[in-house]
Write a protein that binds this ligand. Structure first.
Ligand code: NAD
Length: 249
């Protein structure tokens, strides 16, 4: 079943990891997709890979600076001009942090907040008027398990993800009257490049500490984003859905 047949989606950070898995899953389910990345080279590589997998998939790529509102607005308008509408926005781009508070560079704190929070505001601000004019849409944000219990270093990261939950819940309330649903997914430890690079023994230790007995795969998150974007989730808005194998319960 093509759960997103006829829908147009914008997915930030779509060149690798969770974002790339979501782009593929949306295309497989009949959506047209605009993926946003940070550089032309990585965007081109992702587009090439996707096209070689299925030449009929309708996918385009752009690389606006997500922290610059004017660039984001221009890119969103380009997607609207290209595909004619925008039904779904997936805010997936994000960076993690590990610094100790005692050595924290204030500029690094701000940078994490800019990418993980301000960028979510920017894309939502640019896309909401388009969705409203079209009678509705779905905005999906990427939170984290750390938005439930924090983490013992890199304070900007959990701070930013608590803020993502705040944007999600607040915009859900504000935009419900325009039929725009706003939800978030809160992944547990997910096997993307960063995790795969850890020694095997450390990966096994992480998996053993998760009640379900394995790490989250990017596809697990893509599946949650698929359901929440689909019409099957028509009455779900303001939710922050943990997808973490019971790691936080
Ligand atoms: P990743 O590092 O593999 O991918 C991150 C994506 O964000 C990349 O496509 C990158 O290009 C993009 N990005 C980063 N900075 C950017 C910028 N300044 N401008 C534009 N794009 C930028 O990470 P991932 O693990 O796939 O993470 C995706 C999302 O999931 C993030 O929001 C992350 O916080 C969240 N998350 C990940 C995990 C995990 O364990 N991997 C757990 C919880 C939440």
């Amino acid at each position: 079943m093509e759960m997103l047949k006829g829908k147009v989606a914008v997915i930030t950070g779509g060149t690798r990891g969770i974002g790339y898995a979501t782009v593929r899953t949306y295309l497989e389910n009949g959506a047209k997709v605009a993926l946003f990345g940070s550089r032309k080279e990585t965007v081109d590589k992702a587009l090439e890979e996707l096209k070689s997998e299925n030449a009929s998939w309708e996918v385009m790529g752009l690389w606006p600076s997500l922290t610059d509102y004017a660039e984001v607005e221009k890119a969103i308008n380009e997607v609207k001009a290209h595909f004619g509408k925008i039904d779904v926005l997936v805010n997936n781009a994000g960076v993690s942090a590990r610094e100790s508070l005692y050595e924290y560079d204030p500029a690094a704190f701000q940078k994490t907040m800019d990418i993980n929070v301000t960028a979510v505001f920017n894309t939502s601000r640019a896309v909401a008027p388009i969705m409203k004019a079209e009678g509705g849409g779905s905005i999906l944000n990427t939170s984290s398990m750390v938005s439930r219990h924090g983490q013992p270093a890199g304070v900007a990261y959990p701070t930013s993800k608590f803020a993502v939950n705040g944007i999600t819940i607040s915009l859900a309330r504000e935009l419900a009257k325009d039929n725009i649903r706003v939800n978030a997914v809160a992944p547990g430890v997910t096997r993307t490049d960063m995790v795969s690079a850890l020694p095997q023994e450390m990966q096994e230790r992480i998996s053993a500490g998760i009640p379900i007995g394995r790490m989250c795969e990017p596809q697990d998150i893509a599946n949650a984003f698929l359901f929440l974007a689909s019409d099957m989730a028509a009455y779900i808005t303001g939710a922050v859905l943990p997808v973490d194998g019971a790691a936080t319960v």
